[in-house]
Design a protein around this ligand. Sequence first.
Ligand code: KG4
Ligand code: ZN
Length: 343
Amino acid sequence: MLMLGIETSCDETAVAVVSDDRTVHSNVILSQLDEHRPYGGVVPEIAARSHLQNLPSITRSALQEAGIPYAALEGVAATAGPGLIGGVMVGLMAAKSIALVQKIPFVAVNHMEAHALTPRLTNAIEFPYLALLISGGHSQFVAVAGPNEYRIYGTTVDDAIGEAFDKTAALLGLPYPGGPALEQAARDGDPQAFALPRPMKGRPNCDFSFSGLKTAVRKLAEDNSVELSSDQMISNISASFQQAAAEVVADRAAHAAERFLKEYPEGRTIVAAGGVASNVSIRAALNKAASDLGLEFVAPPPALCTDNGVMVAWAGIERLQIGMSDTFDFAPRPRWPLDEMAL
Ligand code: KG4
Ligand code: ZN
């Protein structure tokens, strides 16, 4: 089954061709980073216009790289939400048009579902598993029992973890996008340099909170005795922040895993996905938390953790394989909680 996947929900115009034997035939991504950089964040209007301008040529490139004509496609999937409405509309309309002309099934994919199912493509893991989705807009634990069976265990009560990385990086004067820049700066820093809070650590639920950690860094940055113009100081704060975030994530994961194992004793795996799952310290902390519980930890390679068309194509395959496709009146969903689609 050859599936085209289209992702336009944020600031990447991404199209890929994937088949059900787990072959990635092409994976084309056009990042809009340079267009948004002057504003220090994603500007929805600029994103939508850029998706509109670039999606046709990116789609052509994806088919060319895969070496297949439109007529060989057996399905087309697009992110239908959650995300920035303008971009989602562009991708969704393109996918519906291709499906209409080629007379193939159209699949509307939830962006978070696409992240959550990626480890099934990259590591062929079995259901059920516990997924930790950590990105710019989300921090949540989801028990994944099947392609359409999700149970949310916990989420953030304030900022998403990627947002906390991005805002903290901005406070420290690091370049946009902040997450990868902060990780880079942290490499030369001392993670014990500053005692930052570990919000939610030890709490019995599976929720996150990151705004306190961000505020603690802001107070540190405002403290005159801390010289922010020194690279070493910025590295030390970055490393301390990353260490605190990683410890919190590992602690929350252990709680979520206990609940998961009660509900799914046959479960064996913790999965991390979303942009922040490409962070090496976070991955290492999760790996340890999983092995302490006798579970395996799996995360896709970094290029498939951040937004891409491959994950959308794969989610389309998983849904189509269980007979799920969508009609052309499917409307974009800027907000679309994963458990609303649960059986
Ligand atoms: O999944 P993603 O590409 O887009 C969303 O759906 O949000 O995630 C982007 C987020 C941004 O907040 C970015 O700063 C963060 O993931 N991120 C990282 C790293 N790479 C991306 N955060 C920490 N360390 C990284 N290496
Ligand atoms: Zn994402």
